[in-house]
Design a protein around this ligand. Structure first.
Ligand code: PLP
Length: 446
């Protein structure tokens, strides 16, 4: 595979952009990432003309792959032709807010912003303001964007910023507990209950491999927050409108969080985020509520049109069915390959997200066939083996993905996320052939 032009572009980029990229995760692959020229359905074509089946899909915002359905494309073009933005309200924002509040029962009111990070920053500020408390509980190994409160490492109340540039004092307001550990969640409330403003959690952790909740875990978080006067924030930046269809992951699990953060899919491929929740909370963003929240580009008409039309199209077509069906086929195929060739590895994911985790358990520690779907069912023969928290995931083989496996897949024309821990995404544009090509490539690469 020829990568001359990507290499030249990367060389130029290194002179003018840090790491040659605009998001540090894009430079994870050595010696250099390929540069994309264009998309085509479920594929991307790089600057040297190489074609790949694309499971990265913009890291999650693309429900339709690289071809927008005609009504979405028309809505976007029509908004562009009306003038890109105004700094004043437009009807399309109201329509989008109406759509989300109609489908997600816990969301009575919503504020649109421009990224998932902006949404989680504002959610933390709102929770702190609403409760008069400072501490936010997060899951070890979880990710909520490039923001000060949640970029931490360490355990429990012994956490530090995970990036230089964040004052140590900021981390004093963050508590990190292991996901799926009910006792740790109870303990953190026993020890710090009066200071905890909120627990922020992805309903399915999709940034450290894909880790599903064990039965009852979210109910425990719901009860603990309620009993202690704290808020439950579901970060649905990845899961929102992807897992659980239009009701999102909270609908799938039957939990009503106080606040939900959205991103990715609700912008139809354009920059977006949102904070939704009970009216009395979100209302605090009004000028009289006084929790400051603002943004030049927020509720951008082009983004709103793309996001709303994408979700409407999904509501009227078999979009989630197609995606979930292909996702099942992919995971079932991967499960067979893994059992045959790398039984210590774990196939994770559900509906339109999937990942093979390079876990290390000795094969003799489990027997029997995983049903797939990573639903953490205690009766699954691999239940004990399935990673439940960051420690389980981190015990995997970290270098193999980046240094060997990713390149093997790329050379066979399959584009996987550059980070071993990031979810991969099935879209409406993917086909049976894409699944077959990908399974064959996994077979070779593993
Ligand atoms: N929250 C979660 C769960 C995410 O996965 C991400 C990004 O991947 C973010 C927040 C941050 O979103 P953004 O990259 O749009 O700022």
């Amino acid at each position: 595979m020829n990568h001359d032009r990507s290499r030249d572009l990367y060389d130029r980029a290194l002179s003018v952009m840090p790491g040659g990229v605009n998001s540090s995760v894009r430079a994870a692959i050595e010696p250099y990432p390929f540069f994309v020229e264009r998309g085509d359905g479920g594929h991307v074509i790089d600057a040297d003309g190489n074609r790949y089946v694309d499971w990265v899909m913009g890291l999650g915002p693309l429900l339709y792959g690289h071809d927008l359905p005609q009504p979405v494309e028309s809505a976007v073009q029509s908004k562009v032709s009306e003038g890109p933005m105004f700094g004043a309200p437009t009807e399309i924002e109201v329509e989008h807010a109406e759509f989300v509040t109609r489908h997600v029962p816990s969301v009575e009111s919503i504020r649109f912003v421009n990224s998932g990070t902006e949404a989680t920053v504002s959610a933390c500020r709102l929770a702190r303001a609403a409760t008069g408390r400072d501490k936010i509980v997060v899951m070890q190994g979880g990710y909520h964007g490039a923001q000060e409160t949640t970029l931490v490492e360490g355990e429990y109340d012994d956490v530090e910023p995970s990036s230089p540039g964040i004052p140590e004092e900021f981390a004093e307001h963050t508590l990190a507990v292991p996901f799926n550990d009910e006792e740790a969640a109870q303990r953190v409330f026993e020890d710090h209950g009066e200071d905890i403003a909120a627990v922020m959690v992805e309903p399915i952790l999709a940034n450290m491999g894909i880790v599903a909740p064990v039965d009852g875990y979210h109910e425990t978080l719901r009860d603990l927050t309620e009993d202690n006067g704290a808020l439950l924030i579901f970060d649905e930046v990845i899961t929102g409108f992807r897992v659980g269809g239009l009701q999102c992951a909270q609908g799938k699990f039957g939990i009503d969080p106080d606040i939900t953060t959205f991103g990715k899919l609700i912008g139809g491929g354009f920059p977006v985020g949102a904070i939704g929740g009970r009216s009395e909370l979100i209302e605090q963003f009004t000028p009289s509520g006084e929790v400051f929240q603002a943004g030049t580009f927020s509720g951008h008409p082009v983004t709103m049109a793309a996001g709303l039309e994408s979700l409407r199209y999904a509501a009227e077509h078999d979009v989630h069915e197609h995606i979930n069906d292909l996702g099942d086929r992919l995971r079932t195929g991967l499960q067979e390959i893994v059992e045959d060739q790398a039984p210590e590895y774990t196939v994770a994911g559900t509906e339109g997200i999937f990942k093979v985790l390079f876990t290390r358990d000795a094969p003799e520690t489990f027997e029997g066939h995983c049903e797939g779907g990573c639903s953490q069912r205690p009766d699954c023969p691999r239940f004990e083996h399935c990673p439940k928290n960051a420690a389980d995931v981190a015990a995997g083989q970290t270098d193999r993905w980046r240094r060997v496996f990713w390149g093997e897949m790329k050379d066979q024309g399959v584009f996987l996320s550059q980070n071993q821990f990031e979810a991969q995404f099935v879209t409406y544009a993917h086909t049976d052939d894409d699944v077959e090509t990908t399974l064959e490539a996994y077979k070779q690469a593993l």
